[in-house]
Design a protein around this ligand. Structure first.
Ligand code: IMO
Ligand code: MG
Length: 423
């Protein structure tokens, strides 16, 4: 069975936890887009791991973890992550495979990401990791790929060509001194040596695995509304965070994908700028942020918080072909007097039941809520659906109805055990 797991909101849905659980049942775990803008948190016992580039499945012994061609790799960050994982006593052995075709983040990508953001009037709130500029170079066809790090002649030629143009832009547009060829060349050639054992034709590897009846989990990063096409553009990331990205980002045909699982929080969060229809007022937002520990796993920034938006998640169900949903952080809603679900939007007196694309509409619409009674805070975590509070069950039933999708997992805490499975 080959599964794709995607975020149904603006990222930070709790994908790391579900990936960790599902990893136990598959043979391969594949990252297919994004880069170290992602922050996937996995809690095992009293240990918390945060992965940015490494597929979250690495914690499971004997699973092969693949960084697919659709990912942009910052070699420095990946090295750090490998070191930390080894330090934690986890053996990587031959389990990590990096696509030769994955594009590489260079120092100029990171600096450009940050300089562009400071110049822009409408800030995106990027993580400043060089993700956008690296994908831009890929599309404009001047990117440097993992395979190039293994070939000094090609790396040198590409880097020289890039720096000739980029240094002009850095000087003239951004008043930045630009970059020195020798130091980048040396640094990245060295990465080539260090990563050589991991770099391979991962599309071939995965397709052979499928032929041998192995199971693959495709680990989405970010979320549907950060997708470069379907997200709240331009306040998005630069990759295809929807399920289709799993195919182009790994070299596995859509015909081989069996199921798409979506992950959504029981409420909504967003880091960075951009429209957010169901955002809480500042004081309730602060209360919920602290209660849900909603601070970015990558940048530490406070996350904006709001009610569950069923219009958004319904759109995500459609765009990704989600047939099962995991609802995360239900426990954070415990103890509220009432809970709300956005069931429509109102704009200039008109009722909207679909997610609008016009930026002006999206920024000025008012959510229409269905208000439900809350449930008390509980002191022992429910271990199955029966043990959930009646009003919590009613809330979930309402979500399932609104989304017309099966809820198959409910998370009531960060530990692996705090997960309720519905079949
Ligand atoms: P995970 O995988 C939440 C957001 C950034 C910013 C926008 C563009 O942990 O869910 P970028 O650096 O990609 O150019 O930033 O996208 N963003 C995320 N928000 N979770 C993520 O990943 C994110 N990755 C990017 O905050 O608004
Ligand atoms: Mg994140």
């Amino acid at each position: 069975m080959n599964l794709v797991l995607v975020g149904a909101q603006w990222g930070d849905e709790g994908k790391g936890k579900i990936i960790d659980i599902l990893s136990a049942k598959v043979d391969y775990i594949v990252r297919y887009q994004g880069g170290n803008n992602a922050g996937h948190t996995v809690v095992v016992g009293d240990k918390e791991y945060i992965f940015h580039l490494m597929p979250s499945g690495i914690l499971h012994k004997a699973k092969v973890c693949v960084i697919g061609n659709g990912v942009v790799v910052d070699p420095f960050v990946l090295l750090q992550e490998i070191k930390e994982i080894k330090k934690a006593g986890i053996d990587i052995g031959g389990r990590l495979k990096i696509s030769a075709l994955a594009h590489v983040i260079l120092p100029y990508h990171k600096i450009l990401d940050q300089l562009r953001e400071t110049k822009r009037k409408n800030k995106i709130g990027t993580t400043g990791r060089g993700i956008g500029p690296c994908y831009a170079d890929k599309i404009i066809r001047c990117g440097i790929r993992m395979v190039d790090l293994l070939n000094p002649k090609i790396l040198s030629a590409k880097l020289k060509d890039n720096l000739k143009e980029k240094n002009e832009v850095f000087k003239k547009v951004y008043q930045h001194k630009g970059f020195d060829f020798n130091s980048i060349y040396k640094e990245y050639l060295n990465y080539g040596k260090l990563f050589a054992p991991y770099i391979s034709n991962t599309a071939l590897l995965l397709n052979k695995a499928i032929d041998a009846n192995k199971d693959i989990l495709f680990e989405g990063a970010q979320g549907t509304f950060l997708d470069i096409d379907f997200g709240t553009y331009p306040f998005v990331t630069s990759s295809s965070a929807t399920s289709g990205g799993a195919c182009v980002g790994s070299g596995v045909s859509p015909a081989k994908i069996n199921k798409v699982i979506g992950v959504a929080k029981a409420y909504t969060t967003r880091v960075g700028e951009g429209p957010f229809p169901t955002e809480f007022n500042p004081s309730f937002g602060k209360f919920m942020r602290e209660r849900g520990r909603e601070f970015g796993a990558t940048t530490g920034r406070p996350r904006r918080c709001g009610w569950f938006d069923s219009i958004m998640v319904k759109e995500a169900v459609m765009l990704n072909g989600i047939s099962e949903l995991a609802i995360m952080k239900m426990d954070i809603l415990d103890g509220l007097k009432e809970v709300k679900i956005c069931v429509a939007y109102k704009y200039k007196g008109k009722l909207l039941r679909e997610f609008p694309h016009d930026f002006e509409v999206l920024s000025n619409l008012k959510p229409v809520y269905k208000t439900l009674a809350g449930w008390p805070k509980v002191f022992t975590k429910p271990r199955n659906f029966r043990e959930l509070q009646p009003n919590a069950k009613a809330y979930l039933a309402r979500l399932g109805d609104m989304l017309n999708t099966k809820i198959s997992m409910i998370s009531v805490g960060s530990a692996r055990e705090d997960t309720i499975f519905l079949d």
